[in-house]
Design a protein around this ligand. Structure first.
Ligand SMILES: *Cc1c(COP(=O)(O)O)cnc(C)c1O
Length: 438
């Protein structure tokens, strides 16, 4: 690997104009809204973010997997522009439009499972998770929600209770919702177990003890954990949980908000495993940057709540739906997922080289355009200071990476799902430089 790359960054980061933008923001924007990297963006194109100071950054975050097909994706922008000029809002529950139905039809076609499906659209990921739980509760007439350690599902009141981490999401903001039962996930790097069914059986035993299967409406689980640090479960884990849920009438809900829609080289990360959820939740990448989310799944389950029980003012906004139809068409085009798989292999090979060189890299894992690099200290424990050093050094050299892991010690990489080889190689070179800063 040669450490040569263009000089994309010409000022300190953040640069002077970002710094003054940040000063204004601190005066006017609630301090409760964090900013991971206070570089203020002026424009974005493909995989490149340009800040107010003219610095460029290769975007290995995509707004956490939202602009998966690249910033300013021409066809998606075109579809949105056309819809902007036709109409921007009517409220589907008052006077509907066909775009909503088309998004639902497409989602039914591409989500895992060979059964009749229906969808409901909403605006944010957390809202869709809440809808999925409401649907499962109504269908089963039970209340319990099973979730797993290191999971993340959002920042609304119900989802706060489903998240693993209290800090910073739910500390001091009141009681979390009840009837939520948390059990171990499969985390091969930490639990050392390569047979996922072993961990699944432990989780099941715990659920039977702390809830009882007949109290559970649903299991909500990310097939690969995003926020939790790109934790890829060992084979057998998801399948064993699914079989137990099926035996016990528990609705299986896959939170594919981060992993779905081509992120991992398959349309849904569930497909990497023999995992066929009853309901799949999507959001993030679906609207090319315009808020949209969905629950898609078994038609009988999806019809459980009486008419009027779901939706909201902006649910399934027509401009977002127009974007989504274009996004889904690009993701299902022949060869699209093959390209994302190739990207994953290129990343995996490059990151493996870095792992050999830098002992701080304990584990490299992921698929397609979703990778995690777990940083450890000499005892194999989470190395949080190393994360800060490496991510800052990467930024100073023109690469934006995300944080992940329950201790904030996992470098999370979410590049554009059709990024060029040149930019991958450039990013790997920058990471090499960044690790050598330790
Ligand atoms: C981002 C995310 C959510 C929450 O989505 P919002 O749109 O931020 O509400 C839920 N689950 C997972 C796995 C996510 O990555």
């Amino acid at each position: 690997m040669s450490n040569s790359y263009p000089n994309r960054v010409t000022t300190a980061v953040p640069g002077p104009r970002s710094q003054s933008a940040h000063a204004a923001r601190q005066q006017h924007v609630s301090a409760s809204v964090g900013s991971y990297m206070p570089i203020y963006i002026e424009r974005a194109d493909g995989s490149i973010l340009t800040d107010l100071d003219g610095n460029e950054f290769i975007d290995f975050g995509c707004g956490i997997g939202v602009t998966s097909l690249g910033h300013a994706n021409e066809a998606a922008v075109g579809a949105m522009r056309e819809q902007l000029e036709a109409f921007t809002h009517t409220l589907f529950t008052v006077t509907p439009y066909e775009l909503y139905t088309e998004v639902a039809r497409l989602l039914g076609e591409i989500t895992p499972g060979d059964f009749a499906k229906k969808s409901v659209l909403s605006t944010t990921g957390a809202e869709a998770i809440e809808n999925a739980v409401k649907i499962a509760r109504s269908f089963t007439r039970r209340n319990g929600i099973a979730v797993v350690e290191h999971g993340y599902h959002g920042r609304t009141n119900l989802t706060l209770g489903m998240n693993y981490k209290a800090q910073p999401y739910s500390t001091g903001v009141g009681p979390r919702a009840g009837e939520i039962y948390r059990v171990p996930n499969s985390y091969p790097f930490r639990d050392g177990e390569q047979d996922g069914s072993v961990i699944a059986r432990k989780a099941i035993k715990t659920l039977e003890k702390i809830s009882g299967a007949d109290n559970l409406a649903c299991l909500v689980i990310e097939p690969i954990q995003g926020e939790g640090g790109i934790v890829v479960p060992a084979p057998g884990y998801l399948e064993t949980l699914q079989a137990w849920c099926a035996e016990n009438g528990i609705v299986v809900i896959a939170d594919e908000i981060q992993t779905g829609l081509g992120r991992t080289g398959k349309l849904f990360a569930s497909e990497h495993f023999g995992f066929v959820p009853d309901l799949v939740v999507t959001a993030k990448a679906i609207g090319a940057g315009i808020p949209l989310s969905a629950v898609t799944g078994r038609a009988d389950v999806m019809d459980a709540i009486p008419a009027g029980g779901l939706s909201g003012t902006y649910s399934g906004n027509p401009v977002a739906c127009a974007a989504a139809i274009e996004v889904l068409s690009q993701l299902t085009a022949p060869g699209a997922m093959d390209r994302t798989t190739e990207i994953g292999e290129r990343l995996r090979a490059g990151l493996a080289q870095l792992q050999e060189k830098y002992p701080v890299i304990g584990d490299v894992r992921g698929h397609g355009a979703l990778f995690g690099i777990e940083l450890v200290d000499a005892d194999g424990e989470p190395n949080v200071p190393a994360f800060a050093t490496v991510s800052q050094a990467a930024l100073a050299n023109g690469l934006l990476v995300m944080a992940g892991g329950s201790d904030g010690h996992v470098l999370r990489l979410l590049p554009q799902v059709n990024i060029s080889d040149e930019l991958i190689d450039e990013a790997l070179s920058i990471l090499d430089t960044a690790f050598s800063a330790l």
